[in-house]
Design a protein around this ligand. Structure first.
Ligand SMILES: [Zn+2]
Ligand SMILES: [Zn+2]
Length: 162
């Protein structure tokens, strides 16, 4: 039971009680790629513990976040997202569809804040959020843009006629 030992060690390091329920939730998150929401995690956990509630999953996710066993992703999209990727990295966030993509740390070598931080500030991690609009969202916006212009033109023509 390698994973169980690993989980117990992690809980010990983070001063958490290693319950069976917590282990299942943690394992589920670690097996999910990307940046799942608590609801998506709940959907998977429920397959292993059918009696579990969304509130319990939320509570445990927050416990993991507070203890540092899991990470919370950028708040710019307005809802909680969790991630298992423990490598230092940054995020590219689309404000329209709320998609979050990872950007490897080396792609942002110009993060020179370490020298400028308040004295005594202990850095846990440095993560930069690149906020914008993804290609899919910007091209669909352009399409609906031309569409509404066309409608407007038709309306104008009608008013001229009448
Ligand atoms: Zn988008
Ligand atoms: Zn990420």
């Amino acid at each position: 039971m390698q994973s169980e030992t690993h989980f117990r060690e992690l809980c010990h390091q983070h001063q958490l009680a290693a319950t069976h329920q917590r282990q299942l939730i943690y394992e589920t998150v670690m097996a999910m790629p990307g940046h799942p929401s608590p609801e998506a995690i709940y959907d998977k956990v429920r397959k292993r513990i059918p009696s579990i509630s969304l509130a319990t999953v939320y509570k445990n996710i927050h416990t993991f976040l507070d203890s540092g066993m899991l990470r919370e992703v950028s708040l710019h999209h307005g809802s909680l997202r969790v991630e298992a990727n423990e490598e230092a990295h940054h995020h590219v966030v689309c404000v329209k569809c709320k998609s979050i993509m990872d950007l490897e740390e080396s792609s942002m070598e110009s993060v020179l804040v370490r020298d400028k931080l308040p004295q005594g500030f202990q850095v846990k991690r440095i993560a930069v959020d690149v906020i914008g609009v993804c290609l899919a969202c910007s091209s669909s916006a352009r399409q609906s843009g031309t569409h509404s212009t066309r409608i407007r033109k038709q309306r104008v023509r009608k008013t001229v006629h009448s």
